[in-house]
Structure formats: C-alpha cells, structure tokens
Design a protein around this ligand. Structure first.
Ligand SMILES: Nc1ncnc2c1ncn2[C@@H]1O[C@H](COP(=O)(O)OP(=O)(O)OP(=O)(O)O)[C@@H](O)[C@H]1O
Ligand SMILES: CC(C)(CO)[C@@H](O)C(=O)[O-]
Ligand code: BAL
Length: 288
C-alpha cells in the first residue's frame, strides 16, 4: 500500500498505475478517517470493481461550522492504515490542511435545491464545503468510480447533482449503510456517545423501522402522519433531542403533501445526544 501526503506524489502514483494497466479502472473512496466497517464496505466494493483503489483521509475544515467538532473529530492514522490495508486499498492519500488549501480557497461550489433542507439547513455552509472538497479530490484523483455511503443520503444527492451539472467524468456509486447488530448506523462519531447515550441511540433505527412498517400499508397515511409517528418514537428516548425528522421526496429532497405520484421518499433524521449529533435515514419505495 502506497501512502501519499502530497498531491504530486498521489498524481504520480496514479499515473504510474494507469501507464502500466491498459484497462485500468480507478475507484476512489473519500473519507474523514477513523475508519470503521462502513468505510471498509466502500473500499471492498471498490476493490471488487476496480484495478486501483484510492482512499483519501482528510478532515475537511471547510465543511465544519464554527461551533462544530472539527478540532475534536476523532483521528487515528495508525489504525486507519491497518483497516485500509486489510480492505485491499492500493493508495492512501493523507494530506494536511495546508496541502489541500495552501491559501484560503476563493472558489466554492454551491449546489442549490437539494441542499435547502436537512443538513443543508441545520449546518449552514456544510454542503459548500463538501462539494468544494469533493470536486478538488475528484480533480486530483480523476477516478472512474467514486463510492459514497447512503448513511449520508443528502450528500449523495448533492454530489450526484454536482457531477451531473458540471459534466464530471466519474460514476458515483451509492453504497448501503452498515449497522451494528442492534441497528445503530456505524459512524465515526458514535465514539463520542456515553454508555447510556449509546443504549438510547438505537431509537433512530427503531423509528425508521416503524416508518417502514407503516408504509407497508400506506392507504390513508400522509407524510405528516408518518413524520409524527417517527417524532413520537424518537421522543420516547429521554436523552434524544431532534435536530430534524423529515419526510421528503428522494433524491429531489422536496416536501410532499401526499404519497401519490411519489416514487421514492426519504425519512431523514438528525438527533443529538448531548453534544453528539447522529444522522440516519431510510429510503422507501411507495407501493403502487
Ligand atoms: N455506516 C456506514 N455504512 C456505509 N458507509 C458509511 C457509513 N458511515 C459512513 N459511511 C460513508 O463513508 C464515507 C466517509 O464518511 P465519514 O468519514 O464522514 O464517516 P462517518 O462515519 O459518516 O463519520 P461521521 O461520524 O462524521 O458521520 C461517506 O461516503 C459516508 O457516507
Ligand atoms: C465526502 C467527505 C469525505 C468530504 O469531506 C465527507 O463529507 C464524508 O466523510 O462523508
Ligand atoms: N459524513 C459527513 C461528514 C460530516 O459530518 O461533516
């Protein structure tokens, strides 16, 4: 496994691979590190489909608000390299902030529409930071495929919109959310939870399972009623504070009055336990 800390080193390593593999397919997995099995599943998916697997680990300051957890975001380079190696990664890109932003960026990518609600509303500027760093990384790596987790379903919608609008020559591959046995979505931020918060955090996946069960027989059900059931379930956990719990169309992420005419919807959650903010979602197909 090759470790690159500069853009030049990375470009050279990828060029070398491309020049010696006529049929090369480069797969790219961007992350913020503190790797878990969810990241591992993206890397394995890339490994299955590509001749070169590139992983980036970069905690991107541009996507954090001033009162968010940029400074204390968990970092463990040594362990990350072990996880990366065992998932079959070929190249790890580990830039410092000064490598990615040698001067404050004067160019920022803003994707409108799909960023209006959910994390776009509750974390102002977040998706400008994500879209800008992802477009920089895609320009640096120039992969054929880039792999993103559906735990961040709004992020997938934003990146797909950006790639479409800017004609970026890459295929975005959305990948399923990996969970703990009790349903909690794997997330680097789970490490912040106290024992009691961790016990109560299963309320997110439980509320999504309630929503899925209700949608089995959607006759007479409205998006408002579905949202109310989800909210009530989350509020049954004493330590849970809802940031948002919304039912929207997917991938356009617009409010809906009824399920008629909708093909897919998303039930999207952001819930705080103390200072820890967890997200989760379920995409549901509307029965004909
Ligand atoms: N449980 C998971 N299953 C599958 N993919 C995941 C999972 N968690 C994160 N990912 C994906 O891994 C990529 C990198 O995400 P990131 O490094 O922010 O990890 P994270 O666990 O989501 O961290 P955070 O705690 O910041 O939400 C993203 O595409 C994200 O959607
Ligand atoms: C895509 C990403 C690596 C951009 O910093 C980040 O938003 C993440 O980890 O999901
Ligand atoms: N996976 C989302 C990155 C963030 O929370 O900033």
């Amino acid at each position: 496994m090759i470790i690159c800390r500069t853009i030049n080193e990375l470009r050279q390593a990828i060029r070398q691979h491309r020049s010696s593999h006529l049929d090369s397919k480069v797969g790219f997995v961007p992350t913020m590190g503190y790797l878990h099995r969810g990241h591992g599943s993206l890397l394995e998916r890339a490994r299955d489909n590509c001749s070169l697997v590139v992983l980036s680990i970069f905690v991107n300051p541009l996507q954090f608000g001033p009162n968010e957890d940029f400074e204390r975001y968990p970092r463990d380079e040594k362990r990350d390299l072990e996880v990366a190696q065992s998932a079959g990664t070929d190249i790890v890109f580990l830039p410092q902030v000064a490598e990615m932003y040698p001067t404050p960026t004067k160019t920022v990518i803003t994707v409108s529409g799909v960023t209006e609600r959910l994390c776009g509303a509750s974390r102002p500027g977040h998706f400008d930071g994500v879209a800008t760093v992802v477009s920089k990384l895609l320009n640096i790596v120039q992969p054929d495929f880039a792999y993103f987790g559906m735990k961040d379903a709004q992020q997938v919608a934003v990146i797909e919109q950006m790639v479409y609008d800017l004609n970026m020559p890459v295929t975005i591959v959305p990948c399923p959310t990996l969970r703990e046995e009790d349903g909690l979505a794997l997330s680097s931020r789970n490490v912040y939870l106290s024992d009691e918060e961790r016990r109560q955090a299963i309320v997110l996946s439980a509320a999504l399972a309630d929503a899925e069960a209700l949608m089995q027989d959607a006759a007479g059900l409205t998006p408002d009623r579905l949202q109310a059931v989800v909210v009530e379930r989350i509020q049954s956990a004493s330590l849970a504070h809802i940031d948002y719990a919304e039912v929207l169309s997917y991938p356009s992420l617009e409010p809906i009055d009824s399920f008629e005419g909708a093909d897919r919807i998303i039930v999207a959650l952001a819930v705080k336990f103390g200072k820890t903010r967890l997200i989760d979602n379920r995409i549901l197909h509307i029965p004909a």
